[in-house]
Write a protein that binds this ligand. Sequence first.
Ligand SMILES: *[C@@H]1O[C@H](CO)[C@@H](O)[C@H](O)[C@H]1NC(C)=O
Ligand SMILES: *[C@@H]1O[C@H](CO)[C@@H](O)[C@H](O)[C@H]1NC(C)=O
Ligand SMILES: *[C@@H]1O[C@H](CO)[C@@H](O)[C@H](O)[C@H]1NC(C)=O
Length: 554
Amino acid sequence: MAFIITSITLLVLLATFLLVPPVAGYVLSTALRTVGWFLKNKTNGRREVILSRVRVEEEEFRSKQSSSTAGPEDEDWERVDSGAGVANNGEPVGDDWEGVIGFFHPFCNAGGGGERVLWTAVKATQERWPKAICVIYTGDHEVTKTAMIERVETRFNMRLHAPTVVLLYLSTRKYILSSMYPHMTLLGQSLGSLIVAIDAFNLLVPDIYVDTMGYAFTIALCKYFFPSVPTGAYVHYPTISTDMLESLDDGSGVKGLNSGAGAGWKGVAKKKYWRLFASLYGWVGSKVDVVMTNSSWTSAHIDSLWGPSRKILEHKKATVVFPPTAVSELHSSIEVSSASESTREPSILYIAQFRPEKNHSLVLRAFSRFLSQRRKDPATSSQRTPKLILIGSVRHSSPDETHIYNLRLLAHELHIREQTEFLCDASWPAILSHLRTSSIGTNAMWNEHFGIGVVEYQAAGLISVVHDSGGPREDIVIDLGDGATGFRASTEEEFAAAFEAALALPEEEKVAMRLRARRSALRFTEEEFSRKWIIELDKLVSQQHSHQQRKPLI
Ligand SMILES: *[C@@H]1O[C@H](CO)[C@@H](O)[C@H](O)[C@H]1NC(C)=O
Ligand SMILES: *[C@@H]1O[C@H](CO)[C@@H](O)[C@H](O)[C@H]1NC(C)=O
Ligand SMILES: *[C@@H]1O[C@H](CO)[C@@H](O)[C@H](O)[C@H]1NC(C)=O
């Protein structure tokens, strides 16, 4: 049954994309709405089961709480204050909003940055709307809810309220693996995600639908099936970026994998295909009620791809909601004051994977230039010689190993081997100790999308010297109105000059800059993420609330 629905839907979708005339569009949307109605009717029974199970678990939880006086959970249970939301009809939507929020996150057990976003979002949602049920559509069959919640606690140091978390297991996740589609991967994965989405809606139709993994086509499908379900997206990375489209025409070979691939007939075909895909993706944007992105870079790309089709919507622009990082931990474990200045050495720290795009060689050359200038200058030649510390992970039996060998060779050639330290796969305590005792943190990658490492430098009170592009330029090393939080550079000469300028700051200004950097890093805490997440989700809750009041049916 599900398979037939799937095939028909895909065929019909494909047909409309090709035909597009309004009549076909009308027939299609009516057909999909009917399918949606059947799905909803079909899953209503499961919905009741889930609701009653949640009630039972809540009861058990509460009785356990009251028997063990003041359980540990209470300490964590601080409220996130956002002010009550207001529905379109003017009535406030209070804490007592009851509904099911479906999170589409097929890989919820991966334990990476994307999962930190998911679980922090779930936690924030639970604190703001305690009666809401957070359903996660996942393909990780091997984890039970209890195991998952424990894992979130050990991995992210975050305690969720178990009763209102529900995992629903997808059986079709394989359709979104890129390995399924050796050719036309973008299109294949996007259509594959529709199958997985049907699988999800066949399990339960949510009251609000949020995609947190970048499968935007599933949102469009949700909108067609259930026009009254508000939709949201948290975008880490646009499925196709304007950089990608431009890189096809670029012959210089410096802009990544596909640069210059636009030549020849294959190139022409590829270009056509990408353009077509980009316009399809752009159209999908019009089906997302609220868009959040993880950085200004992503926001700019999403606005340029989705902006035109989103003009008709209420919330037109994407909002940047920075992902939560370990800033609070660094704040509490590293001191920044004039007293702690004596424990800092004149060292320059670079934490990054040993990969070519991180451009360690630029840092080595700049460091060498900086040292030789220092030796020439009588004011600095007698001072302690600064050190360069490179910390990074190395994937074994990978090109990284050759890369790091070449970097050591370069350090040797530049005569800075004595002053340069390579640390591979350092432990967190070792990294922490270097963050505590170094003076400068650097990053030389061109167009880094964000740079969590740079945020960590700031949180640790290091003075940043970073490449003047991408996230470090747009989001991180910026002046928040009370002065610079670091230095930006592009060339070897500029990096060398910035190292010198940072070390030469008078002590008072040095400490002041470290403190400013530290304050600036507070924009990337878990609390800040939760605050913004709730503001955005509130828009969806209000929409859902007013839909429900207008039209109880369907
Ligand atoms: C809707 O679901 C109910 C049971 O949940 C069933 O009795 C009814 O026939 C369904 N309606 C349709 C049109 O499928
Ligand atoms: C946003 O997500 C992309 C893709 O996962 C990642 O490369 C980038 O660093 C992320 N940005 C932030 C601010 O974490
Ligand atoms: C490293 O930086 C230098 C100087 O800006 C640049 O010429 C070179 O292309 C960069 N290398 C990489 C791999 O980005």
